[in-house]
Design a protein around this ligand. Structure first.
Ligand code: NAD
Length: 294
């Protein structure tokens, strides 16, 4: 049976590693924070002494880390410790440039590699219903598929190295912009005396329809399961939306792409996060747009 080395057992990594254990994989994990390593162990992960120790006997390595610098640092420690031909899957959300560097480093050590960021949040990580967006060679994708399937509802091979990260930040830039648009629509309706349910009934079945409205409606009532009904408890925190919008801006600048609304969305989420909204669901941006907390 395939042995997995899993590095980064935080909010996402621990339940993802736990799902690999449930599907019968042997998982050797490592995290710098002892309590997070322990969270993995309670899900059946075997505790390694270091990231190099976690990958030494692995056929496949999965990393789930905060940012590009963490991934490149872990690759520096692990690429020389793993068996030749090991597959490295990075599921962290990181900048496209670091993702491509990670692929180059893996290739120069004669390893296979895939960037495979996810959407679906902690709930999707627990339920093994994440969407994976993968970038890399066909050979790497084919080897990764049975492993990813243990954690996923949907897997899309988006193209060559870095394409998974590119898909993730383009999607989340669309989401950030559309949430602000929905919030502005509902805030304007309030000022015009238009009932929120009436606006929802029209817009959710008309040309204004979008996922931000129908799944994460930023006002309580029309979508009972949306975080607005639960004090804006995330869901998907504004700080994570700001991270993804900032990565999109970094990529746009490097690629010379024009993303004026993406830039504005990043600026608005930076203001909202700085004003105390960082840990609230990203739909709470409506409270800043309205200028009130109710
Ligand atoms: P987290 O901070 O809970 O987990 C990251 C873990 O990496 C931590 O436990 C940390 O101790 C560990 N770590 C950092 N450097 C390390 C190193 N050198 N060696 C070993 N362990 C190290 O973050 P998270 O919420 O699990 O998110 C992980 C990644 O997934 C991020 O890139 C995030 O943007 C992305 N993501 C998160 C969500 C979400 O809803 N939380 C959704 C989609 C994508």
């Amino acid at each position: 049976m395939t042995t997995i080395g899993f590095i980064g057992l935080g909010n996402m990594g621990a339940p993802m590693a736990g799902n690999l254990v449930k599907k019968g994989f042997t998982v050797r994990g490592f995290d710098l924070v002892p309590a997070n390593l322990e969270a993995g162990v309670t899900r059946g992960v075997i505790a390694a002494k270091s990231s190099a120790d976690a990958v030494a006997t692995a056929d496949v390595v999965v990393t789930m880390l905060p940012a590009g610098r963490h991934v490149l640092s872990v690759y520096g420690d692990t690429l020389k410790a793993a068996k030749l031909g090991t597959l490295f899957i990075d599921s962290s959300t990181i900048d496209v440039a670091s993702a491509r560097t990670a692929h180059e480093q893996a290739s120069s050590h004669k390893m296979l590699s895939l960037d495979a960021p996810v959407s679906g949040g902690v709930g999707g990580a627990e339920a093994a219903t994440l969407t994976f967006m993968a970038g890399g060679t066909d050979a790497a994708f084919a080897k990764a598929k049975p492993v990813i399937e243990a954690m996923a509802k949907k897997i899309v091979h988006c193209g060559a190295a870095g394409s998974g990260q590119a898909a993730k930040i383009c999607n989340n830039m669309i989401l950030g912009i559309s949430m602000i648009a929905v919030a502005e629509g509902f805030a304007l309706a309030e000022k015009l005396g238009l009932d929120k349910q009436a606006l929802f009934d029209v817009a959710s079945t008309s040309s204004g329809q979008c996922w931000a409205m129908t799944s994460y409606c930023p006002v309580p009532g029309p979508v009972p399961a949306s975080p607005a009904n639960n004090g804006y408890k995330p869901g998907f925190a504004s700080a994570l939306m700001l991270k993804d919008l900032s990565l999109a801006q970094e990529a746009a600048q490097t690629a010379g792409a024009s993303t004026p609304l993406g830039a504005l969305a990043a600026q608005l989420y930076r203001m909202h996060s700085g004003a105390g909204g960082a840990d609230a669901d990203f739909s709470s941006i409506i409270t800043m747009i309205r200028g009130s907390k109710d």
